[in-house]
Design a protein. Structure first.
Length: 250
């Protein structure tokens, strides 16, 4: 019986998720496209409102799952947020917290009709691990730099993909190169228990488990990027060690 309930609740939530993108938000996308002076900022805010409503509905339909997200996380601005990645819910949860946000998305998603247009016009950055200093990536970096100066955040998952067992994969150094280019502070945010609500390998939400999804700042870095011996590899390695230490303590 619990599997049936899980399936029904999951169907309702994903129906809202898709309906919002395919129909409801269409009436907001078009005005934003026509009249906005900053289309990407307008689309980011629309996406934020939509996903904030998605999680509000999640709280109502799955009352056994609680969310503990402190104000110090919600108030982050003008920084690069580095997170662990344990569930497909992680990126949309972060979007629901920040009206002005950017992130890095797999390049293949930009080729999907309609969805690719949305990603491009929202300002999201296609992943390009082998092209950190290519011409297209330099343009993206300049856009990120301006976005951060204007109070936005860039959130990234340096593992590159979600963990299926809770353990960290090796961190990609690219995100720290982006932070250095933008001369941006780095905030380390640990996410816990989204994988209990939406488990790897399952279609349905786990609605019957008593669960508390938590986010917290475990570190704040303001590197001296001009220092002669500054090392992207060292900061990536030290950041991963800090995440591993906090995961062991949890």
């Amino acid at each position: 019986m619990s599997n049936v309930y899980n399936f029904l609740i999951t169907s309702l939530l994903w129906a809202y998720f898709l309906f919002g993108y395919l129909f409801l938000l269409l009436f907001l996308f078009l005005p934003a496209f026509v009249i906005s002076n900053n289309l990407s900022a307008a689309l980011q805010n629309i996406n934020h409102v939509h996903l904030r409503c998605f999680f509000a509905l999640t709280r109502v339909l799955i009352p056994r799952t609680k969310f503990k997200i402190p104000e110090e996380v919600r108030e982050l601005r003008s920084c690069v947020i580095v997170c662990n990645h344990i569930s497909y819910l992680d990126p949309i949860l972060l979007v629901s917290l920040f009206p002005r946000h950017l992130t890095i998305v797999k390049r293949t998603f930009f080729k999907v009709p309609v969805f690719g247009w949305f990603l491009k016009n929202t300002g999201y950055i296609p992943s390009a691990p082998n092209e950190m200093m290519g011409a297209a990536m330099i343009n993206n970096l300049e856009a990120i730099k301006k976005h951060l100066v204007d109070g936005g955040i860039l959130f990234v998952f340096p593992e590159g993909t979600r963990s299926r067992n809770g353990r960290l994969a090796d961190f990609n150094k690219g995100v720290f190169s982006i932070a250095r280019y933008c001369k941006a502070p780095i905030k380390l945010v640990l996410i816990k228990n989204t994988d209990v609500l939406f488990r790897p390998g399952y279609f349905s939400f786990n609605t019957r488990a008593f669960n508390k999804i938590k986010m917290g700042i475990i570190g704040s870095l303001e590197p001296d990027y001009k220092k002669y011996n500054f090392s992207v590899a060292d900061i990536a390695q030290n950041t991963q060690k800090l995440f591993e230490k906090n995961l062991l303590q949890s």
